[in-house]
Unconditional design. Structure first.
Length: 164
């Protein structure tokens, strides 16, 4: 196989596609997508992932051309379009039009990758601290308004008057 991508890196979401039957080979053996792609010297898992990223029409055309290129498969070549259309429907949709996960977007803040419970806790703490800060600010203002007028000099209680 020409590609160095291993199927072990791709999950089971491609199994329905890769192990679906596209017909029989000349010996009467069942021919599935994985074996057909391997016969074309392609990494089946890599090709499945590539097809899943394409729009349905483009993936169908690509797979139909691959099926038509199979050696010793005259019936598959003749029916490559309908076979490819049926197989593409088994692919998980990984189209590039779908937004990538947060961890795949460069520059996304680390906060967005945190566990949702931790994020909720951080938001809660921020709200509590902000409300305490506002409450204390209002309380200080109210104390100042109720106390002595601004600029008033209060008597010093530490000095005693001797001689009065």
């Amino acid at each position: 196989m020409s590609n160095g991508v291993s199927g072990t890196f791709i999950g089971k979401e491609f199994d329905d596609f890769l192990f679906a039957s596209i017909g029989e080979d000349p010996n009467g053996m069942r021919l599935c997508v994985v074996s057909a792609l391997a016969r074309l010297d392609l990494d089946p898992w890599h090709e499945a992932a590539s097809l899943a990223r394409l729009p349905v029409d483009a993936a169908t055309r690509r797979l139909a051309s691959l099926i038509a290129a199979l050696p010793d498969q005259p019936s598959a070549r003749r029916d490559s379009g309908p076979i490819a259309a049926r197989m593409v429907m088994l692919l998980p949709r990984l189209a590039s039009s779908v937004a990538p996960p947060f961890h795949a977007i460069p520059g996304i803040s680390a906060l967005s990758r945190l566990h949702p419970v931790l994020v909720a806790f951080l938001i809660f703490v921020t709200v509590v601290l902000t409300s305490q800060w506002l409450f204390n600010g209002n309380q200080t203002r109210a104390t100042r308004d109720q106390g002595a007028p601004t600029g008033a000099v209060l008597p010093d209680k530490t000095t005693s008057h001797q001689g009065d």
